[in-house]
Design a protein around this ligand. Structure first.
Ligand code: MG
Length: 357
């Protein structure tokens, strides 16, 4: 048996920490002297104590460490991997927000607002071949692009309300650099509007993936499992991350991409705008635009039916945005049209280019 001092030295935890972990039932001494109250630890406990010390250095909360310590080696390994994946996702989200703020405060975006580019755009939403009604909403304007996929009995109202709240930004010019606050306000408005629209059904709600054009950049706001893609130099990049249970399980290494595609809980959303009153924080990011860029926003009715190579092929081969949206929707319906399908296609072009044609 080791005294608390000797044990502390051996496992690189302080006696104070060991007393706390005892109280929290994270690491109980092997024996406590009933007379003196002194704690004694067995040599075999060193391994667990060192694990606790390492997990503390990782920044893992104590409650989670207790869970990990109760597992066998492989299960504990999976739990640590899952924890770290979540930390990295959270950090990535904050990194995007930090980049957004740096850009906003240093005025990089306002200098570039003189760029003579504009959007050429089209939006299309279709019921598909199976669903009785269309609960998706798609919108494209000179400044605002949006796709929302409603669910629950008031899903159509919810998706319409969310997009209407963002359309406000399409009506007026705004000072460069204010895009972050504007989007934040718009999403708050959308959250309130969805709550009202879904008042009768707390389970109802909507996804929202939208972009706001500043003249040289596109600010993206994203919540749920609708998606945004960028086609640049003929290559397709997905620029949103699905807020779904299966995506988080893929991130954590619990599921492969193939298993996720066939998973029964595939539609389960971790984040959405919903009638339950919660206001989960959306992903925000700023995209530098280049002439020739083509953006696609779509609901899962497209991305679950067509593969990324299918989508890339259509976007790369159909120059007109309106025709591209029609071709994509037709592709989803040719494949059975199992869900409502919506897409917005927007090209970054030189201003006046279109009018001069
Ligand atoms: Mg859908």
């Amino acid at each position: 048996m080791l005294t608390i001092g000797a044990f502390a030295k051996a496992c690189r935890l302080s006696p104070k920490a060991l007393r706390l972990y005892d109280e929290l039932e994270l690491l109980r001494p092997a024996r406590v002297d009933p007379e003196t109250g002194y704690r004694y630890y067995a040599v075999e406990q060193l391994e667990q104590a060192r694990l606790v010390a390492w997990l503390r250095r990782l920044g893992m909360p104590l409650a989670r460490i207790r869970q990990v310590c109760a597992l066998d080696g492989p299960a504990a390994g999976r739990e640590i991997r899952a924890y770290w994946a979540r930390v990295e996702a959270e950090t990535a989200h904050r990194r995007d927000l930090a980049a957004f703020l740096v850009d906003h405060l240093t005025g990089t975006s306002s200098q570039k607002d003189t760029a003579m580019w504009e959007l050429r755009y089209a939006a299309l939403s279709d019921t598909g071949l199976v669903r009785p009604a269309n609960q998706d909403t798609a919108y494209a304007g000179a400044r605002v692009l949006a796709v929302a996929d409603g669910f629950g009995s008031a899903g159509a109202h919810a998706s319409t309300a969310a997009v209407e709240a963002l359309k406000v930004l399409d009506r007026e010019t705004f000072p460069a650099g204010s895009v972050l606050n504007l989007l934040d306000d718009a999403v708050r408005g959308a959250t309130r509007a969805v709550r009202e629209a879904a008042a009768a059904d707390k389970e109802a709600g909507t996804t929202l993936t939208a972009m706001l054009w500043t003249g040289s950049q596109l600010a993206l706001v994203h919540i749920g499992d609708s998606r945004a893609y960028l086609l640049r130099d003929g290559e397709l990049f997905r620029i949103t991350h699905d807020h779904t249970l299966v995506q988080s399980m893929v991130d954590e290494g619990r599921l492969t991409v193939e298993e996720a595609a066939a998973h029964p809980q595939r539609p389960l959303l971790l984040k959405s705008l919903s009638g339950d009153g919660a206001a989960p924080s959306p992903d925000l990011r700023l995209q530098d635009a280049l002439p020739g860029d083509r953006y696609l926003l779509c609901s899962d009715g497209l991305s679950r039916v067509l593969t990324d190579p299918d989508i890339e092929r259509t976007l790369a081969s159909v120059p007109d945005p309106e025709e591209a949206t029609r071709t994509l929707v037709a592709g989803a319906n040719d494949a059975g049209g199992p869900d409502n399908v919506s897409c917005v296609v927007a090209d970054v072009v030189e201003a006046g280019h279109f009018r001069n044609l």
